[in-house]
Design a protein around this ligand. Structure first.
Ligand SMILES: Nc1ncnc2c1ncn2[C@@H]1O[C@H](COP(=O)(O)OP(=O)(O)OP(=O)(O)O)[C@@H](O)[C@H]1O
Ligand SMILES: [Mg+2]
Length: 250
């Protein structure tokens, strides 16, 4: 009460010294107080988002998007064929509509075609708009899971919880290794848990639609493409020969 009364005084005093024609942002103490509460709530949300990202990055011991892909954007994705144009349009649309539903995305196709590039472009866009993003390969995930069995790196349930909290989790190289039964169960749990709590996943894979279906099962496949989820085939040649000189170490 005292606060409201004193804010009332302040507003009255401000009104007196304001030049004519200036509209005060708040006309009543209650409006001022509501604004302060709203600002406090926004700051708390922001802190909790930052915490989610920090926790996610701590799991990996690196930033949510690998350094190699930090500079990948929609603008620096070259378009030389219709397929690339389609992939770029779909990825951009996915990033711009993020948060309106909980649709996931699957980028499936040949090596070097830019699946990671466009997933990182989506991730970089989301990080800029204060979302939390983690791109992790299945082999890295398997190592993390094994570490929890060995008693390192916290408990498996804490790992699952942290992975299910980020706004976008991208699972990279799905199908590259045959996961052990245990790891396979956990991978399914992660996807299932995220999709049940209406949080999307991104999947990057060299597997075809049919092979991905055989691996993930019909239930998860259905849910991936629910709510405007997208499936994009990357069926053109590798971009890697053009950049390979960057990787040659003599
Ligand atoms: N259309 C493109 N325009 C610009 N750079 C591209 C394009 N396609 C791929 N690249 C670049 O080529 C390299 C390989 O691409 P990327 O890692 O995204 O391939 P990928 O589809 O994920 O391959 P893999 O299936 O082997 O993981 C990256 O450096 C990426 O930035
Ligand atoms: Mg890749």
């Amino acid at each position: 009460m005292k606060n409201i009364a004193s804010s009332g005084n302040v507003i009255e005093r401000l009104k007196k010294i304001m030049p004519p024609g200036v509209q005060p942002k708040f006309t009543t103490p209650q409006e001022w107080r509501d604004w302060q509460l709203e600002e406090g709530r926004k700051r708390a949300d922001e802190v909790s988002r930052v915490n989610d990202q920090v926790r996610a990055e701590k799991i990996l011991g690196r930033s949510g998007i690998q350094d190699l892909h930090r500079k990948c954007t929609f603008a620096n994705y070259d378009v030389a064929c219709e397929g690339q144009r389609h992939a770029l349009t779909m990825a951009k649309r996915y990033a711009q509509n993020f948060g309106e539903g909980f649709g996931s995305f699957v980028f499936s196709g040949n090596p070097g075609t830019g699946k990671n590039h466009l997933a990182a472009a989506i991730g970089n866009h989301l990080l800029k708009t204060k979302r939390t993003v983690l791109i992790v390969t299945i082999p890295d995930l398997s190592t993390l899971i094994r570490a929890t069995y060995d008693g390192e790196g916290g408990s498996e349930s804490a790992l699952l919880r942290d992975l299910s909290r980020v706004d976008l989790l991208v699972l990279d190289d799905v199908g590259v290794q045959r996961a052990s039964k245990n790891e396979w169960v956990v991978l399914n749990q992660i996807i299932d848990r995220r999709l049940s709590s209406l949080r999307p996943v991104g999947i990057l894979t060299n597997l075809t639609h049919q092979e991905t279906g055989e691996m993930l099962g019909a239930r998860i496949m259905d849910r991936l493409t629910m709510d405007n989820g997208i499936w994009v085939n990357f069926d053109w040649g590798s971009y890697r020969p053009k950049v390979s000189h960057l990787h040659v170490v003599k």
